[in-house]
Ligand binder design. Sequence first.
Ligand code: B12
Ligand code: SF4
Ligand code: SF4
Length: 355
Amino acid sequence: MVNAAPITALKQDLAAEAARLGFAACAIAPAAEDPLRAARLEQWLDAGMHGQMQWMADRLHHRRSPQALWDEARSVVALGMSYAPAADPLALADQADRARISVYAQGRDYHDVVKKALKALARWLVDQAARRGLGDVGVKVFVDTAPVMEKPLGQAAGLGWQGKHTNLVSRDHGSWLFLGAIYTTLAFPPDAPGRDRCGSCDACQRACPTQAFPAPYRLDARRCISYLTIEHKGPVPEDFRAALGNRIYGCDDCLAVCPWNKFADSARRMQAFLPRAELAAPRLADLLVLDDAGFRALFSGSPIKRIGRDRFVRNCLYAAGNSGDAALVPRVRALLDDPDEAVADAARWALARLT
Ligand code: B12
Ligand code: SF4
Ligand code: SF4
């Protein structure tokens, strides 16, 4: 049995250590299951809204709650790291010769940056718990790829609330937080959950170019440009290609219009997420010529490397088809016989649009 005072002191010191490591927000949620959260996840999967992301359904049983993944977990340390942009993410929307890469992917890969900080914080926690007589503490760290519901857990801990665009919105950092979590065997006193502050606003719902929200707080990933450009394998359904515009990796539109972003201060962004000069406003003409080696060199250390050259060039071809820029025709033609069928198909589509 641990007494309350040392664990409360540890919780305070944990938040300070998290800040020192670059986290903009840190709070605690219980690890027990929230039946409503699990039921909504199940409904989303039953409706097929995950599209080709079969990995979401495969580990549904673990995704339901922290304790379903690890029965010894007692608390979740929910963490947020800011990537608040200094410039308007929608500024390139009308520059047809340029490609738009979503803000989250213009700097270093957040998986690496957040994971490193999470591991350092978890090590600190284990060490401090032992020093303070709280025993041998178990920890597991997660960012993005594990079967963990980071947004609902972030809300349960009070980092913010899941807005109508479904992402976690913070009063201090707007929509621009990466999330991560540490599951621990320590039973910390939990923080109060975040309260929904969307009110009557529906800016994100109106901003979506593909009407991907069947209802507020529900996203049909199959219609989302982020899904279509990053996760979707093979040719993108024709109905969505024009709506991609010049977005070649992810989409920021619903996030960028959120009024709570006015409180997000880019000075509090983790330096690693500063945009790389060559990714802030790349020329489509330069991207269309990338081969495998060129792609890997350009995107080393970037999350974009995960989708590989073929899917990336496929996306650039849709943007070329939407550009109205006849100067791109020779580069598009050169891809008509690409060995990747989705690239060749996208080249045919782009050429038809440009000529
Ligand atoms: C799968 C996934 C995607 C998919 C699906 C997105 C989605 N909304 O589910 C796609 C590829 C589309 C995607 C896109 C993006 N993603 Co993503 N993605 C994930 C991932 C891996 C899992 C999310 C998940 O569990 N989805 C399943 C659905 C069912 O869960 P949910 O959205 O929480 O659903 C809840 C609500 O819909 C709600 N609900 C349902 N019905 C109702 C009804 C009412 C009345 C109410 C109140 C609520 C409600 O209950 C559900 C369960 O709690 C997480 C990482 C992780 N492990 O958590 C990152 C994550 C969510 N993504 C992230 C980011 C940054 C993005 C993009 C912004 C990237 C970009 N710029 O292109 C976009 C945003 C698109 C958007 N509007 O959501 C961040 C979000 C950070 C934050 N502040 O919230 C995460 C957390 C990654 C990270 N570690 O930082 N992503
Ligand atoms: S990320 Fe873009 S396409 Fe996806 S829901 Fe938001 S606005 Fe719509
Ligand atoms: S844009 Fe409006 S409705 Fe959408 S998440 Fe932000 S406050 Fe909520």
